[in-house]
Every structure is written in structure tokens, then in C-alpha cells.
Design a protein around this ligand. Structure first.
Ligand code: SF4
Length: 465
């Protein structure tokens, strides 16, 4: 079995497994959703979900605006320097939230509320209060609800942190990416490190305990030594959580990424080392790896949930508070409700037109089949908890999971030979080395990636390493 004691990943395995694959923020993945699915199907799903009055919901609010586009960005954003553009947008979010709230009726309690973007701190103070009230006038946040927001330190002042605290936000996520200046130049995002560090220290003084840093590896101009310095600084600051994302260079789908000089991107081997080095440094300094790309302090609730195999994952990231159903509002946002995925239109004009005509803005989605649910559970268990207990799958879905996944179990033999998983007593478990390749392992269970369905690939996924 291959050992994994230090930062060096076996090159042969990197070469073997570095290939395009989903990140599994959802299963089935978004490219499988149908554009025949629209507002009517979504309304029917929300109506069905409304019956579960006592089940809390998760909510996601998408603020699409940014003052400037970073070249590496994979998010759905709109660039504007005029903050007033958000006024009309919030008016539509208000109408959309009202339509959903009306269908949900008495189902009003919420365990998780996340603001993402774009840049949620693009909003002014008064717009921030308005956005919060659009939601709080209709829904009830549970006392232990997780209320989180993504912050760009370049456009977030200290007074905003104070305001967020007063509104009840208890988790902040800072976009850091890399402290190195050359890397920042190469991705079109100049962000003096004092901005992020100053805001972070201020938030700590204000009493915020749940602070996350977003970092990215695989960016142009990143070197092993330069990234080591960034990771060292992050470790000194000691945020509660670190999300270490892999840069996905997909200029065909994200034309602004063409500004990135591909010759300055790290090779797959260096990229794998960037991750492995950061992983080793975080673990040696007391962080715990959870899921494929997150590191948390041991006392953090995510670490505790992970040690009990209770970690969950959705479009908002890893969480312990994710409700069974989540509702996304705003342009391009995604909902998962009553076993249906539904996504809003991604252009501001089309989103606005739909809402102005009094309809919800759903443009694609899917109702999951029973097979989707069985495989969704398998893939999410692997992605979150690095193990899949087939005995639990059998109980949960009233199947014989060993027989159901007979073909997949045969395919997993290669991962056993490479030292990436073990299978004992019906439990598939990743080894420490296997955690780096967990996307590849999870892909075995993806019905939509089966060879007979792949004659016409519909989408280009990012690479798994
Ligand atoms: S990385 Fe953040 S700030 Fe930069 S363009 Fe994307 S959403 Fe906007």
C-alpha cells in the first residue's frame, strides 16, 4: 500500500487520476438538470415541501455584483461601480422571496442563512439592512441558526462588520486566495494583505468566532515556496476554518479567464504538491482536514460533526446545520427542495423579466429518481466523511447495497490496489492518501458518468487534482 507521510504525492498516481471530474456540490450535477424544468415544476415541489411545517429550511441569497472581476473567478457575477444598481435587484429579490414564502405558508423556521456572490459586501449599509429584512420579515431564524456571509476585504469596512454582528451574522468568510503579490497580479486581484488581516483582527475583537479564509491553489505564478509563505501567515492568524479550493481553468466557459497566462499555471505535479504541502502544514499546526478541501480547528463544530460522520455538504459548503431542503433566491441561485433541484436564470435581464412578470425565475432543474437518491447518498458520504457504509445504505433505502453496487465494487478494486481505499465488512473507507483523490473515488458511483452515457459529453468539468 502506498504510504503518505509527507507532502509528496506519488507522481504516478497524480498522472493516473488527474482528469476532468465533478466537485459534487450536488448530485446529480448541474449539467444533468433539464431545461424542460421550469417555474411550474418548482412551485409544485415547494408546495409539497410546505407540508413539513416543523422542518427547518436553509436559505441562500445571491448578490451578483462585484466592483471588478478577478480573472480566475468561476462565480456568476456582474461588474459595476454603481451601488445603486443593487436597489432594483433587491426589489426583485423581495418579490421572489415573497412568492416563495407565500407557497411555503407556515413552514417558516430557518437553520441556515448564507449570503454569497458576487460580493455581498458590495451592498451599502442600508441595502444590507434591507436585504436582511426582506428575509427576516417572512422567516424565523432558529436561535442556533448559522448566519454567514462572504466578504471581500477590499470593499468591506470595519463598520460593516459591526453592522453584520448587530444583524445576527455569526460566520464570516474572507476571500484571501493568496497573499503573494505576483500571484495577485497574475489573477487581476490586488489585495494588500493588511486589508484582510486588519479586517480579520477587527472581526475577532468584535467577538466573531466562526471565521473562514478562502484560499486557492493552482493559480498562475504560484510556487511551492511562495504558497508556503501564504500558508504560514494563515496559520499564524488562526482562522477557525480554511477552504482550500482548486483553481479550475476553464476559459471556454469563463472567457475572462483568458486573461490568465496559461504558461504561468503550475503543472499538475506542482499543483498537487501545492495542495499536499498546505495540507501537511495545516495538519501539523493542529487543523483537521474535513471533506476534500477544508481544514478546521479541532473545537470547531465541523470537526466535531466530521468525527461523528455527520458532516453535510451543499452549495454553501460544508455545514452541520444544513436543512434537508434549501431555497436559493436571486439570479442564478439554486434550490434543493422536496428532492428537486431548481436553478434560477443566470442573466440579470432574464431574471428581472421573469420576476417582473410575476413568475419565479426557474430555468432548469430535475426531480430526483430513487436511483439518484441512493447514489447521491453514496457520493455525499464519500465527499463529506470519506467513507460509505453500505449496511447503512441498505437500511436507509431498503436495498441490498452490496448487490445494488456490485459493478461499482468491482471498479473500486483499482483504488484498493493503489492504496486509496479499504473495504471491510461493507464499509468503504478512504485512506489518508485517498482523501486527495476522493473525487475520483466518488465518480465511481456517478450514474451519469458511466461509459455508455458519455458518447456526447455535455460539459467540461474541472480537473480532479
Ligand atoms: S472572486 Fe469574488 S470579488 Fe472576484 S470577481 Fe469573483 S465573486 Fe467577484
Amino acid at each position: 500500500m502506498t504510504e503518505f507521510h509527507d507532502s509528496h504525492l506519488p507522481e504516478a498516481l497524480v498522472k493516473k487520476y488527474d482528469r476532468p471530474g465533478p466537485r459534487y456540490t450536488s448530485y446529480p450535477t448541474a449539467p444533468e438538470w433539464s431545461d424542460q424544468y421550469g417555474p411550474e415544476e418548482y412551485v409544485a415541489a415547494v408546495k409539497n415541501a410546505a407540508k413539513d411545517i416543523n422542518e427547518p429550511l436553509s436559505f441562500y441569497l445571491h448578490i451578483p455584483y462585484c466592483q471588478k472581476r478577478c480573472w480566475f473567478c468561476g462565480c456568476n457575477t456582474m461588474v459595476s461601480r454603481n451601488v445603486n444598481v443593487a436597489d432594483d435587484y433587491l426589489g426583485r429579490v423581495d418579490r421572489e422571496t415573497g412568492m416563495v414564502a407565500e407557497i411555503l405558508g407556515e413552514r417558516q423556521s430557518v437553520s441556515q442563512f448564507h449570503w454569497g456572490g458576487g460580493t455581498p459586501s458590495f451592498l451599502t449599509d442600508s441595502q444590507t439592512i434591507r436585504a436582511f429584512e426582506i428575509f427576516s420579515k417572512r422567516f424565523k431564524l432558529l436561535p442556533d441558526a448559522e448566519i454567514s456571509i462572504e466578504l471581500d476585504p477590499r470593499v468591506t469596512g470595519q463598520e460593516r462588520v459591526v453592522l453584520l454582528k448587530s444583524l445576527g451574522f455569526n460566520r464570516l468568510s474572507f476571500g484571501i486566495q493568496d497573499f503573494n503579490h505576483e500571484v495577485q497580479e497574475a489573477i487581476g486581484r490586488n489585495q494588500d494583505e493588511s486589508l484582510g488581516i486588519g479586517l480579520y483582527e477587527f472581526a475577532r475583537k468584535e467577538g466573531f468566532t466562526g471565521i473562514n479564509f478562502d484560499l486557492i491553489y493552482g493559480l498562475p505564478k504560484q510556487t511551492i515556496e511562495g504558497f508556503r509563505q501564504t500558508i504560514s501567515k494563515v496559520i499564524t492568524l488562526r482562522p477557525d476554518r480554511i477552504a482550500l479550493y482548486s483553481y479550475a481553468h476553464l476559459p471556454q466557459g469563463k472567457p475572462h479567464q483568458k486573461k490568465i497566462d496559461t504558461s504561468s499555471l503550475p503543472t499538475p505535479e506542482i499543483k498537487a504538491e501545492l495542495f499536499a504541502q498546505a495540507r501537511r502544514m495545516f495538519i501539523e499546526s493542529g487543523y483537521r482536514q474535513i471533506g476534500m478541501d477544508h481544514f478546521v480547528l479541532p473545537g470547531d463544530e465541523l470537526a466535531i460533526a466530521a468525527s461523528h460522520g455527520k458532516l453535510r455538504r451543499n452549495f454553501m459548503g460544508y455545514t452541520v446545520n444544513a436543512a434537508r431542503d434549501w431555497v436559493g433566491v436571486g439570479m442564478s441561485s439554486i434550490s434543493y427542495i422536496n428532492e428537486n433541484f431548481a436553478q434560477n436564470l443566470s442573466g440579470i435581464n432574464s431574471y428581472s423579466e421573469a420576476i417582473d412578470s410575476g413568475k419565479l425565475a426557474t430555468y432548469r432543474g430535475m426531480k430526483l429518481t430513487r436511483d439518484d437518491l441512493v447514489r447521491q447518498h453514496a457520493i455525499m458520504e464519500l465527499m463529506c466523511n470519506f467513507r460509505l457504509d453500505l449496511n447503512e445504505s441498505s437500511r436507509r433505502f431498503s436495498i441490498d447495497a452490496g448487490a445494488y453496487f456490485a459493478e461499482e465494487l468491482r471498479q473500486l478494486a483499482g483504488f484498493i490496489d493503489d492504496g486509496l481505499i479499504t473495504i471491510e465488512k461493507g464499509i468503504i473507507e478512504s485512506t489518508p492518501l485517498g482523501k486527495v483523490f476522493i473525487r475520483n473515488i466518488a465518480m465511481t458511483f456517478d450514474y451519469y458518468l458511466k461509459a455508455d452515457r458519455l458518447q456526447k459529453p455535455k460539459v467540461q468539468f474541472s480537473r480532479t487534482i
